[in-house]
Design a protein around this ligand. Structure first.
Ligand code: SAH
Ligand code: SF4
Length: 372
C-alpha cells in the first residue's frame, strides 16, 4: 500500500507509477520497498539512507550525485539517477550578525521550475551546540499581522526532504532544530512528522527528539492528533494574548480556535506526553502587555505544565506595532513569576540580519530571485 499512501503524503515513492521519486523524503521502510521493486536486496535501503542523510551532508561541499554512491552497484546507481529527483537547495545569501547568528536565504526545488521557492533558515551557534531554525512552508496561510511571512501569503508546502536539506545546508554539526522559520508546521502535518522521523533516525543525522521544538499558532485538532504520537519533542504555542479578543486582533486564525479549546488541548498534550509546553508571547505595546493581561495570562495557564517565553515584538513592514519597553516587560514577567509560572524574557536574536520570521525572504521579493 505504500504507493497510494506516498502519493497522498506527497512525499515521493509512487510504488512504480510514473512520478519521479522524492528519495530524500522516504523513510527506510519505503526505501526497502523501492529497492525490492528494483530487484535489490533490502540492505541497500540502509546504504542509500546513510548516503542521503549522513555521508553527503558530511561532505557537503560536493555536489550530490548518485554516481558517487560507490558501495552500490553501477546498475542501481543508474536506475536511481533515472527514477529519482533530488531535492535541490541552493544557498542564495548568507548573512552573519555580530552575535554570531547566521541567516540563510535558500532557493528550494527547481524541477519543475514552477516548484522553485525562496525560504529562510537561521543558524544560532551556542557553546552547547548549534541550533537551526527551519521553514516548513514557503509562506503561510495564517496571516498574523506582526509576521513578515504572514504578510507574504502562501506558496506551497515543503517536503520532508526539503526540511532535512535546510539542516544539512548549514554545513555544521547540529544539535537542536526549531520549526520556527516560515510557515505553520501543523498546516503541513504529514511532511513535518516525516521530517522528525528522518532527522532523528540513527542511520541519518540522529538528532534526539528532545532537541526538536515545533512551534504552532494553535491549530487545535492537529495538536490533539500530535499528542497521540507521544513524542519527546517540545511543543511551543504562539499565544500572544490571554483572551480571544486580544489573540484575534493579532492572529486571524484565532477566530477558528477559541482560547479555551486551545488551552484544553494543551492540557491534553501535556498529560499525554508529560512534556512541558512553551508559550510564545510577543509583547506589543498597548496591545497585549498590560498588568491586567499578565494576570489574565497567569490565570489561564494555572496548573498547566508550561513555560512562558516573552519576546518584544519585532517590528516588520508597515505595521504600527511597537515592542513593549524593558521596564513594562519586566513587570509583565514578574506578575507571571509571582504566580509560579516559569517565565523568561528572550532577547531578540539577529535582528540586524532580519532574523525575525520571514523578513529576509520578504526583503528579496523584489529581486530577480523571485519565485518563478
Ligand atoms: N507558524 C508557527 C511557527 C513559525 S513563526 C507559529 O506561528 O508558531 C515562529 C515564531 O515567531 C512564532 O512564535 C511567531 O509568533 C513569532 N513571530 C513571528 N513574527 C514575529 C515578530 N515580528 N516579532 C516577534 N515574534 C514573531
Ligand atoms: Fe504563519 Fe507563524 Fe507567521 Fe502566524 S506567526 S503568519 S502562523 S508563520
Amino acid at each position: 500500500m505504500i504507493g497510494p499512501k506516498a502519493i497522498t503524503l506527497n512525499c515521493g515513492y509512487d510504488g512504480g507509477l510514473n512520478l519521479m521519486v522524492d528519495i530524500l523524503s522516504l523513510n527506510i521502510d519505503e526505501l526497502q520497498l523501492f529497492m525490492k521493486d528494483l530487484g535489490q536486496p533490502a540492505y541497500r535501503a540502509v546504504q542509500v539512507f546513510e548516503w542521503l542523510h549522513q555521508r553527503f551532508p558530511a561532505v557537503s561541499d560536493e555536489a550530490f550525485l548518485f554516481e558517487k554512491m560507490n558501495n552500490l552497484p553501477q546498475n542501481l546507481r543508474n536506475e536511481l539517477e533515472k527514477q529519482c529527483l533530488i531535492t535541490s537547495v541552493n544557498l542564495e545569501k548568507e548573512l552573519r550578525a555580530k552575535d554570531g547568528t547566521v541567516k540563510f536565504l535558500l532557493a528550494v526545488g527547481g524541477e519543475p521550475a514552477s516548484s522553485r521557492v525562496y525560504i529562510e533558515s537561521v543558524l544560532m551557534e551556542y557553546t552547547h551546540g548549534n541550533t537551526v531554525c527551519i521553514s516548513t512552508q514557503a509562506g503561510c496561510k495564517m496571516g498574523c499581522i506582526f509576521c513578515a511571512t504572514g504578510h507574504s501569503g502562501f506558496l506551497r508546502n515543503l517536503s520532508a526532504g526539503e526540511m532535512c536539506m535546510q539542516v544539512y545546508a548549514v554545513k555544521r554539526p547540529v544539535r537542536n532544530v526549531v520549526l520556527m522559520g516560515c510557515g505553520e508546521p501543523l498546516d503541513n502535518f504529514d511532511a513535518t512528522l516525516r521530517f522528525i522521523e528522518l532527522i532523528t533516525h540513527p542511520k541519518g543525522a540522529g538528532l534526539s527528539q528532545r532537541h526538536i521544538t515545533l512551534s504552532t499558532c494553535g491549530l487545535v485538532p492537529e495538536i490533539l492528533t500530535l499528542a497521540k504520537y507521544k513524542m519527546q519533542i517540545t511543543l511551543a504555542i504562539s499565544l500572544h494574548g490571554p483572551d480571544d479578543d486580544t489573540r484575534q486582533a493579532l492572529m486571524p486564525i484565532a477566530k477558528n480556535h477559541a482560547i479555551k479549546d486551545l488551552i484544553a488541548a494543551c492540557h491534553q498534550y501535556a498529560n499525554t506526553t508529560r512534556r512541558r509546553i512553551t508559550f510564545e508571547y510577543a509583547l506589543t505595546e498597548g496591545v497585549n502587555d498590560s498588568p491586567a493581561q499578565a494576570r489574565a495570562l497567569a490565570n489561564l495557564l494555572k496548573g498547566l505544565l508550561c513555560h512562558v517565553n516573552l519576546i518584544p515584538v519585532n517590528q516588520v513592514g508597515l505595521t504600527k506595532l511597537s515592542p513593549t519597553k524593558k521596564h513594562e516587560a519586566a513587570t509583565f514577567a514578574s506578575i507571571l513569576q509571582a504566580a509560579n509560572i516559569p517565565t523568561t524574557i528572550r532577547r531578540t536574536i539577529g535582528a540586524e540580519v532580519n532574523a525575525a520570521c520571514g523578513q529576509l525572504r520578504a526583503a528579496n521579493t523584489d529581486s530577480k530571485l523571485k519565485p518563478v
